[in-house]
Design a protein around this ligand. Structure first.
Ligand code: MOS
Length: 720
């Protein structure tokens, strides 16, 4: 593969998207389609004692009401993120948990029917607020190395602070939805998911059928980032309705119910102590994180350490972590799930330490460059964090920034501040299998694992196929997210491009070689399609597979049989640690009377290895920055201590930032391949995009006002 930067091509789906032609799963029409609506529990916790469906069945158009008696009993053992298993059950673990499913000829009848279902409950006490947790902290073992206590005792400059990141909910444009179709003894599920294979496995298990009978088709997702990484509560119930009624059934879950039933970012308290020696070197870090979890949730509390224990090569690190159990749905992944909250806390703490030392925060970070992952002792592959910081500072115009807060003023007299924040994120990879067929009729068909959740997966694959093959790009079809065309894995953890692109590069190379063999030295004019036509070959089809560093054929086998085989979790490979890096620079304006915070400009420089699709990579970083600043200034999921669940369960009261809320976001890339990580040199951009940006904003607020705000979101009232 050539080392030339890839051209800045438009997204291959751009025209379809702006013309509304892109079909999301709930857009797929079916004759005879039934509509479903869930009946959410109205209590915080307890037992369903009876369900009266009579009034619901009397609504014209209502066909059936499914209750816990109509779904198979949940199988024993772990299922996604408990509690409870994603089926209808009598035990209510949290407010909003579906109790019943009403199926009707029209959506209106389904909604009216759902409102007519009468449910009786036996109430139980519950706790939903972090401060109301009714049981003790459960500790998890966390990364610890060196002797942080001894080093802290010898430190000459120390800081100690507690930071809080509050619960946040996913609010993508596309609502969670499932359409289930039974035909010829097979179940096909149309659903926007990041893990079509995991969905296939879990639904088969829940419905007690063989996984070979289930297909999952998820070609387009209107926003992923972790919300669609597990089987939602309703999917198997909708599939069961379709099985019982022998007709296709569709459910689009209303946003208000999604708040209660889908994954969210938990509330976390981060306690940090940092110590530096007389030379200003960070020699000790203590980091404790305490997160909210559900009663039986398995969302890990120790993974907040993934970034902080590696980023600055601090040799003495003591990590601790724990859970407080509450009565909600399980918290789980949401873009940079551990790295965004931990970077807010840790990068704020680093800023506090730099300030205590009288050092410039960029220069202070530059002085902590490292070639070693201190947590494992392994070599770090390509680490361009210092280039990100240096280039970002230059583009931002950081030089001459006064160290003292409250001294910078914008042109109109507004208090101004400049903040910096940095981040790391794992460069992980999943094995993949791809088939590529180039036909004489001008068509190219490529099928592999991967999910297009708006991030540009198809565009990245198209970039390498178009660069590597002389084909007609207008007639290139890329089939992903579909269990019928290739073994699927889940697209998450920023391993999407690193998993889907190397195998696409290999496919292009193998196709080129296959055609060359056919040509046998002859010169035949035209592109590949024309050459095949002249050779009277209708098509060439090849298959290729690719594993991650340190993996072997058993990992491909696991992929083929429906398992996950991820490599590079937390950047850890057998021989090295591979990470993506970023530096964000944020200018903050604080209006002196209202204390309203504005962000006129951001500069972000990322090292994500080789940039495959400049357009979508840039867009990922812009989106990540908007999201981080939204989390820093607006987003908070408020719990309801009276009735359980979430109080501001709609986008009128849960404020999501949009591009127009932020001024200019200037994004650039180091664009240096990392060939340790994979043969395409890709490290991943989806989540690193947002890491450290919230801290850069908070550090900017400190620089503007002298106020160190340690709880997100930062609001006007915190600055008065
Ligand atoms: Mo991502 S939060 O791993 O989809």
């Amino acid at each position: 593969m050539s080392r030339q930067p890839f051209p800045d091509l438009a997204r291959i789906d751009a025209f379809d998207k702006v013309q509304g032609k892109t079909k999301y799963s709930s857009d797929v029409p079916f004759p005879d389609l039934l509509h479903a609506m869930t009946v959410p529990a109205t209590i915080g916790k307890g037992m369903v004692t009876s369900i009266d469906v009579e009034h619901a069945l009397a609504v014209p158009g209502v066909v059936r009401v499914l209750t816990p008696h109509d779904t198979p009993p949940p199988p024993p053992g772990p299922q996604g993120s408990p509690p409870p298993p994603p089926m209808l059950v009598h035990a209510i673990a949290y407010r909003g948990q579906p109790v019943a499913l009403v199926v009707a000829e029209t959506l209106e009848a389904a909604i009216e029917g759902a409102e007519a279902v009468r449910v009786s409950y036996a109430l139980e006490p519950f706790a939903v607020r972090f401060e109301d947790a009714d049981a003790g902290r459960e500790d998890t073992e966390s990364p610890t190395f060196g002797d942080a206590d001894a080093a802290f005792a010898t430190a000459t400059t120390r800081i100690e602070a507690i930071y809080t990141t509050t619960a946040n909910h996913h609010n993508p444009m596309e609502l969670l939805s499932t359409t289930a179709v039974w035909a010829g003894g097979r179940l096909t599920i149309y659903e926007g998911t990041q893990g079509s294979n995991g969905l296939k496995n879990t639904v088969a298990q829940l419905l007690q059928i063989d996984r070979s009978m289930v297909d999952v088709i998820s070609p387009q997702i209107g926003g992923g980032f972790g919300q669609r990484g597990e089987v939602p509560r309703h999917t198997a119930v909708v599939a069961q309705a379709a099985r019982l009624l022998r007709r296709p059934v569709k459910l689009v879950m209303p946003r208000n119910q999604i708040f209660h039933n889908s994954r969210f970012r938990p509330h976390v308290q981060h306690a940090i102590k940092l110590g530096a020696d007389a030379n200003g070197k960070m020699i000790s870090a203590h980091y404790d994180c305490l997160q909210q979890n559900s009663r039986r949730g398995r969302y890990r509390s120790d993974w907040y350490h993934a970034g902080p224990c590696k980023v600055y090569g601090i040799e003495n690190y003591r990590g601790t972590s724990g859970d407080l159990r509450l009565d909600t749905h399980g918290p789980a992944q949401m873009r940079a799930p551990y790295e965004h909250p931990s970077a807010f806390a840790f990068e704020s703490a680093v800023d506090e330490l730099a300030f205590a030392l009288g050092r410039d925060p960029v220069e202070f970070r530059l002085a902590h460059d490292t070639k070693i992952d201190a947590s494992t002792g392994k070599r770090l592959t390509s680490r361009h964090l210092n280039e990100c910081l240096t280039r970002g500072a230059e583009q931002f115009g950081w030089t001459g920034r006064p160290v003292q807060p409250g001294t910078l003023k914008a042109a109109d007299g507004t208090m101004a501040g400049w903040g910096v924040g940095a981040g790391v994120y794992q460069a992980a990879m999943h094995p993949a299998i791809a088939t590529l067929r180039v036909s004489a009729n001008g068509v190219t068909r490529y099928a592999s694992a991967g999910h297009e959740m708006g991030q540009g997966m198809r565009t990245a694959i198209a970039q390498v196929l178009i660069a590597g093959l002389r084909i007609d790009p207008a007639r290139l079809t890329i089939l992903i997210g579909d269990t019928t065309v290739a073994p699927q894995h889940s697209t998450a953890g920023s391993w999407g491009t690193a998993s889907s692109v190397p195998v696409a590069v290999a496919a292009a190379e193998k196709m080129t070689a296959a055609l060359a063999e056919l040509l046998d030295g002859r010169k035949v004019a035209g592109n590949m399609h024309e050459q095949l036509a002249r050779l009277r070959r209708p098509f060439i089809e090849i298959e290729v597979s690719m594993v991650a560093p340190g993996q072997g054929p058993e990992h491909l086998e696991r992929l083929k049989t429906g398992g996950m085989a991820i490599a590079g979790l937390h950047g850890t490979y057998p021989d090295f640690t591979a990470l993506s890096y970023i530096a964000h620079f944020v200018e903050v304006h604080v209006e002196p009377h209202t204390r309203r915070i504005r962000v006129p400009r951001v500069v972000s420089v990322a090292d994500c290895g080789r940039v495959i699709s400049p357009r979508t990579a840039r867009s990922q970083v812009q989106g990540g920055v908007v999201w981080a600043l939204g989390a820093a200034l607006r987003e908070i999921s408020e719990t309801d201590p009276r009735y359980g669940g979430w109080l501001n369960a709609d986008i009128a009261e849960y404020h999501v930032s949009v591009n127009a809320d932020i001024g200019k976001i200037d994004v650039s890339f180091i664009d240096e391949p990392d060939f340790d990580a994979n043969s395409a040199g890709v490290k991943g951009i989806g989540e690193i995009a947002m890491v450290g940006a919230a801290a850069a904003l908070a550090n900017g607020v400190f620089h503007a006002t002298g106020r160190r705000l340690r709880t997100l979101p930062i609001r006007v009232e915190h600055l008065i």
